[in-house]
Design a protein around this ligand. Sequence first.
Ligand code: SAJ
Length: 426
Amino acid sequence: MSICVHGLGYIGLATASLFANAGTDVTGFDVDEGVIDRLNEGNPNVSEPELESYIQDALESNLTPSRRPQPADVHIICVPTPYDELNDGADLTYVKDAGRNVADVLRSGDTVVLESTVPPGTTTGILAPILSQDDFDIGEDVHLGYTPETVMPGNTLTELRTNDRIVGGVDEASVSAIKSLYQPLTSGEIHVAADPTTAEFVKLAQNAERNVSIAYANTLALLAENYGIDVRSAISLANNHPRVDILSPGPGVGGHCLPVDPHFLSDGSGATELIDIASRVNSRMPEHVVRILEDAIGSLEDKTVAVLGITYKGNVSDTRNSPGLEIAKLLGTVTVDTRPAMDGGWDEGSVTIHDPRATDSRLQLVPLDVAVDGADAVIFGAAHDEFAALDPEDIRSKMAGRTVVDPVDVIDTAQWTEHGFDVRTL
Ligand code: SAJ
């Protein structure tokens, strides 16, 4: 059997490696030639060390990066589906392009699997017509189905190997072809959905549920603050109930999935009201964090604030839709820009940002010492392990002020308080 994976982002590359390391010949195709060149140089550019060496193993064995799509028994599409703000839905350009690339090399008897997160109806309504352009009868001549990826960034490799999968095929033959493809590679169960549209809906339902649940936790944080209650201990107590499992409040919901995917469910009927409100609750959290800071130090004018952690969550390098970055922007100074300021350098201002994991070269990140030097306050924006291990005495000796805002619950509040800090949490 041969496989061609279309789209070598985080998921595509991990998926291609999964099959290649199991002994299958895999071609990895990406429209970005830079990606292919980097892979040919043995540089997968991923931030999870275990995953990185797993990809290296694949590149040294059965995974061949390619600038062109190649004929294969199985095509797996793992391209991005960004948020189309204008239409409040998914931008399916990459899925359509990938479909056309598959169609160019498709042969009778091949199997096509879509893994990208898409609005319900995409596999049958958009991908199938593109694939049938050479008079292929989808189902009869070509197997087609949808199986979403569900891995958690930060734990990609483990979840790739152990998560259950959902498969929705256009017919029984497609389901059984796709099931037998994935079953040997995961210790999880393969669940069969009635059709691809159901499988697409399920993936969105999972991420929307998490988004709504986090909004509930954030709502509790706002209420608990008014009542003078520590929200995390209240949630922990509530979760002792056998049927209650409240998530953690935080400075907002970031990443490329939870803030985006719920929009793909929108069908214009207004039925997404609850989901929309949840997104609004979550998107207001960065402002709330800034209010907490103001409560502690008063007016922010002429104050210097260090934001530590601007990735979308702890221990990842991705900064997309990051609440920490949003907080830095709210504090008023443009230190985050692709363009230099008018005088040819970066704007100087009241915010410094530091992140030991972020890899976005457009961000003006500074070393920790520089970030906290003379700062009136520190805000933790992401719960990196590096921050949990910080020495409060060392930070105190460099800062001008004593205020720390920790909405991500990364530091030991009691310990930092002992060292003279005024620690504010959600
Ligand atoms: N967050 C909270 N409180 C929590 C959990 C998370 O505020 O209790 C925040 C995080 O800090 C982060 C955001 O939510 O800003 C999203 O983080 P996450 O860890 O919940 O999820 P992602 O975006 O990294 O990955 C999600 C996962 N989906 C689900 O758990 C249902 C993952 O399994 C999916 O594969 C992934 O989306 C995806 O690709 O769709």
